[in-house]
Design a protein around this ligand. Sequence first.
Ligand code: GLY
Length: 364
Amino acid sequence: VKQDNYYKDAILSYPVYLGSDLWNVTGSFLQPFILQGNAFLLADTNTQEFCLPLLKKNIPGFENIPAFILPAGEGSKDLAQFGKILKWLMVSGASRNSLLINLGGGVVTDIGGFAAAAFNRGMKYINLPTTLMGQVDAAIGGKTGINVGGVKNQAGLFYDPLAVFILPEFLETLPEEQTRSGFAEIVKCAALAGKGAWEIVKNSSFTDKQALFNLTGETVKFKCKVVAEDPFDLSSRKMLNFGHTAGHGLESFHISLGRKDYLHGDAVAAGMICESWISHETAGLPGNELEEITELIISAFHPDPIEKKHYSRISSFMDYDKKKTVAGIGYSLLEKLGKPVLGRTVDRDILYGSFDYYNNVITK
Ligand code: GLY
């Protein structure tokens, strides 16, 4: 639904608002919770510094909301912090009818959603995603969770927020590498949506504010549509895993090395190059489309080589993938731009071949 100055996607069971100057809409939604002292804020050290002041300035009463602040970064998405959030909610007097406000990127919205699902067997929550990655992907779709033993998203639930408010003003507080990271999900959705969306992304720059706003809107609409068709990820939603099978292996591997500068989008971008090659080898993706995807990713990202001696370690992290069944991991691949194929198993040799392809193209 297009409103005067914002877009409200009502295809899901909860509204997803997107637009500049959404402060009034967000404020009106929050007022009853704020007035009853029934709102609680989860933020991280970055959003506390850069985003919280904007909320305090623009939403009456926001400054009185009790807050729990996580250390910024993927390392916080773990059991220890999960336990601390639950304990804080308890001692702060939260109840089932309270509202948890998740202010942050994917780490905050994932762990906050999971804590909301678990606290008193389910309290209310909303997401205010502050990173591009959060705005176009993590905050929408009700997937919540934490990493376990360094493996991505091993524990979690589907648990929907009451609403998602996407305020582009927050993106202005981000360093460029964070914007780049979110751009990986925009590229992914365009590859899944088809030629039209692909051409638009190919010809836009994520450093242009207006272009980024438009791309965010298109990606949010696409994500909402995919989630609405398969909210519990049983079939067609799995297309969103394109790039994420190899990507999660690479991400878990880099987390294990303690690399804090390696972002989710870097892993997904590298994963999409690998999985496009696998798609070309095993699912019919035409050579020219493989080249287009590879070129676009290389031009926007600065992919790191994958050392041969690490291939097996990366692949062993992938063995913990949630997409695994007795038959193996089900990859989401592309038959062509706009035509995903789901549940494909891939031999280890082909996976290693994709790492070789990746290493070749990024050093060309
Ligand atoms: N991030 C993938 C999904 O929401 O299904």
